[in-house]
Design a protein. Sequence first.
Length: 318
Amino acid sequence: MSQPPRHHRPYGFRNNYSVDRHSTREALAWLPKFLMQKWVRPDFPVRTPDLTPFDGGAQAALSWIGHSTFLVQWGGKRLLTDPVFGRRASPVGFAGPERLTRAAMKVSELPPVDFALISHNHYDHLDDGTVRRLAKRFPQITFVVPLGLKAWFAQRGITRVVELDWWDSAEVCGLRVHAVPAQHFSGRSTSDRNRTLWCGFIVEDPQGKKLYFAGDTGYSQDFPDIGARFAPVDLALLPIGAYAPRWFMKSMHVNPDEAVQIHQDLQSRQSVAMHWGTFRLTEEPLDEPPQRLREVLRERGIDEQRFWVLAHGETRVL
């Protein structure tokens, strides 16, 4: 009888390399300081996305809706990454992290979407209201999720779901989607920690062009592992924010230095920053991540144009 993969546990999942807990006790020790911290709310401009390139043609394009949500055209298909259009990243509407920069568009303003990638079940990456609105507006949309999350969608009457383990792949709307490891954790309550998997994704078009979506992750040997299988990638969507303090966040969220290392591990031809400037989740100023990213790129001698920092709502064509 074959042994289960090493990231499988009897009642859930674990990371490949890290044993750090990012525990509730640590969170309770940090949270009062975080809540008492004085901070300045930046006024980030929000552009109206240019939907002209999203015509279902062969050209690749993307618009940053905010946080980890992109509208992407890849291989002639339109997809969303971790679609969150709601006002709060929270199980309730009256408390929890509030959206400080509005979503660049509404679900009702989206062009037809073929599929959505869901990296894990944290509230700033999986929003109940958004998922329901997408399924209602686009009945043929397919959701691609890590192991264990299919049941969550089924409870909402959504059955067009592809569930993948790390290193598994499936054909979705004519593209090959691979689930790849990330270093993170899952849970939507105090009782379901790590019961469902977390992941990143590689989306490969018929010509072999590869899009990488990191989801939410700390840095680990997982990235050289992914690079060994898939490098070079043509476009990488990489988190750069929610990293301070490092003693608490390092195992679960990369900082700009580590994001650049992932860019190099994957031999990314073009990277784009995400996971900053939308929700206040950690201690660093909201406008610090892109500033630090530019410093790291200069320090490593990498052209800033190889790692874009988009305005909310900005559209780029590749």
